[in-house]
Design a protein around this ligand. Sequence first.
Ligand code: ADP
Ligand code: ADP
Length: 225
Amino acid sequence: GAAIKFEGIHKRYGSSVAIERLDLDIQQGEFISLLGPSGSGKSTLLMMLAGFEQVSGGRILIDDCDVTLLPPERRGIGMVFQNYALFPHMTVAENIGFSLRQTRTSKAVIHDKVSKMLDLVQLSGFENRYPQQLSGGQQQRVAIARAVVFDPPVLLMDEPLSALDKQLREAMQLEIKSLHDRLGITFIYVTHDQREALVMSDRVALLNDGKIEQIGSPRELYDRP
Ligand code: ADP
Ligand code: ADP
């Protein structure tokens, strides 16, 4: 996993401030949740880390390397979104292998890696299905496999379970937590569901109005007498 440092990060959209002089240190291999109401700046923070939004001020470091000006593809970050964003005309195996096919990786290596990913998310046997032939939970597992197939040191997840019903959501929370344990990489997880953040994370950062209001382990934040 990678260590991540946000140093004095500022983000304006026109005249409105989305993130205000924010500092945040994320440890190697940590599972941290960004929790907060809609509009508090969670997605903006993820998008700046991934490189899809530019910062208005401040620096972002990944393992002490300043990535503030690097394009997304040079930051080596995996991402999973709420609406899966799978390619509908590609099979499960093709979806998972997609990012490796953009590189010089050989077919044999891709095949091997895709098989490992299918195992990892328990979808062996589903490799030739199309996304619309899968349940919502299975689709999200494909999206996760696709995001970690190139061994990124960091995985970002933006409300990945909010489209699923309650029962499936709880099962997937455990799956994602177990995946984190097995991969040992840094997970940054955006949610507006307090229970979800508490169940899953090593640490929770509570955002409000573009600022971190509180940060700590679930116990530190919520078990105080
Ligand atoms: P969250 O993910 O917590 O819901 P966002 O990061 O999406 O919050 O939004 C933070 C603030 O930035 C909000 O006030 C939102 O309206 C504003 N914002 C986000 N994206 C844009 C954009 N592309 N243009 C203008 N304002 C934006
Ligand atoms: P292509 O379209 O390149 O001829 P395929 O359609 O067979 O290849 O597969 C697309 C991608 O998915 C390839 O990268 C391949 O390695 C991978 N792949 C296909 N089937 C499997 C499988 N059963 N297990 C693992 N990887 C697979």
